[in-house]
Design a protein around this ligand. Structure first.
Ligand code: GCU
Length: 420
């Protein structure tokens, strides 16, 4: 008999004394047990071996046709006097296939106002949950016509946006970001694929099915891999943009989009910094540590997020041939920042810290520093450690706060030597 929601919630552990024991795989050992001895061993052999495992067992591989896409980017509007003159705003449609039915990813870009010609600014890129019209109350941003989840902060009726939704999402404090000299680019994740189990057909995964194929194979992409692929298409545009410093693009994601940011960061080295905010299970938190959300919960409540093969690990985290510290390690030597929130026990803040710590040997092998912390900085304070693996543990709930953004920008300033 299938477990009820209540049964499952009883299985969720929040008691540190009941976490039990678990063994983390060594990122610096090949699958056959032999040690990884040099940066070359890591880069040429161990990294590809590990990335393949994550791909085939968890996120799923991209179909060849998706890999080959060169998007067509069309600037649909430019406003020099957005946000009461504080910003320039650009809208870009990113067409991801020749098929006229192919969805366009609508990218919203805010740049500091009055940039001198030729100036390129470092940029934060993130997917958003509630569509671009919710980021700022500006009538120049078209209302999304896509399905939008029912948890939206305002103005969503029967999963469709209404005018009341404008400016209702406070996840991106655009003016604060611009004031620090950064640009920000964002797109609605539902433009790539809507976030429900039946959405595959209308999203990019449906677009790239082979003739006769009705759903992705067990080792082919789930929705998170599709969203991550969409982030790389946004990066294709940012590389071509005249005013973006494409060598300094920081990718940020919260929660399920934090899981997405980590996987996008693994696959696309153009993301120079990767920021995971409260990404939890399937993101920065260790899966083998029994605390908070479980693989079983992910696979039951969000069966479309991961590839079919991941279902085999429901209730069997010990059988996983890797753990999430190794996903963080796959981003090395690029800076990665893991942000945890004290009240977000579902996401297992301590498990996120331990994963960041266990990624350290790879960062050190590649000649960078690591986390620079040996113990979990508890109780939470508004802190930021700025090692190449950064960590922040703050009081409060599962959310993105303005202070989190201050920390992301401090982290980027530090690693990019930006002095103010
Ligand atoms: C749920 C889910 C988490 C996810 C979160 C979110 O809580 O269980 O894994 O991170 O949603 O995306 O907000």
């Amino acid at each position: 008999m299938a477990a009820t929601a209540e049964d499952r919630s009883r299985e969720i552990n929040y008691d540190e004394s009941k976490v039990g024991t678990y063994v983390l795989p060594d990122p610096l050992a090949f699958a056959d047990g032999t040690p990884v001895k040099s940066p070359e061993d890591w880069t040429a052999r161990r990294r590809p071996e590990l990335a393949k495992l994550f791909e085939s067992q968890m996120f799923g591989r991209l179909p060849e046709a998706a890999r080959a896409v060169k998007p067509r980017c069309v600037v649909t509007s430019e406003a020099k006097d957005a946000l009461s003159g504080k910003a320039a705003r650009r809208l870009v449609d990113i067409h991801v296939g020749d098929d006229p039915a192919a969805p366009a990813i609508h990218l919203l870009v805010y740049l500091p106002a009055n940039l001198e010609p030729g100036r390129r600014v470092p940029t934060f890129l993130c997917l958003n949950f509630w569509a671009n019209h919710a980021i700022a109350d500006e009538p120049g941003i078209p209302l999304s016509t896509r399905w939008i989840g029912s948890g939206a902060p305002a103005g969503v009726v029967d999963n469709r946006a209404t005018e009341k939704a404008r400016g209702s999402d406070h996840m991106i404090p655009v003016e604060r970001i611009l004031a620090r000299g950064y640009a920000v680019a964002t797109a609605y994740y539902g433009d790539i694929e809507e976030d429900h189990a039946g959405a595959m057909k209308n999203g990019v995964r449906g677009l790239f099915l082979r003739p006769g194929q009705v759903e992705p194979a067990a080792d082919e992409w789930g929705a998170i891999a599709a969203w991550a692929w969409g982030l790389s298409r946004a990066m294709d545009y940012l590389e071509a943009a005249p005013d973006v410093d494409a060598r300094r693009v920081a990718l940020m994601g919260h929660s399920r989009l934090g899981k997405t940011a980590l996987w996008a960061g693994v696959n696309d080295p153009r993301f120079a910094i990767v920021i995971s905010n409260n990404s939890g299970e399937g993101g920065a938190a260790l899966s083998k540590r029994n605390y908070g959300e479980t693989i079983e919960h992910l696979n039951t409540s969000f069966p479309h997020w991961f590839c079919g093969n991941y279902k085999a690990y429901t209730g069997r985290p010990d059988a996983l041939p890797f753990d999430q510290h190794e996903e963080i390690a796959l981003i090395a030597p690029r800076p990665v920042l893991v942000v945890s929130a004290e009240e977000d026990r579902w996401a297992d803040p301590k498990g996120e810290f331990l994963a960041a710590k266990a990624a350290e040997p790879v960062y050190k092998l590649l000649g960078t520093d690591g986390l620079g912390l040996d113990t979990w900085p508890t109780p939470a304070i508004d802190s930021l450690s700025r090692g190449t693996i950064g960590y922040r543990y703050r009081p409060g709930k599962h959310d993105v706060t303005v202070d989190d953004w201050v920390a992301y920008m401090d982290f980027a300033d530090h690693h990019w030597n930006i002095r103010r």
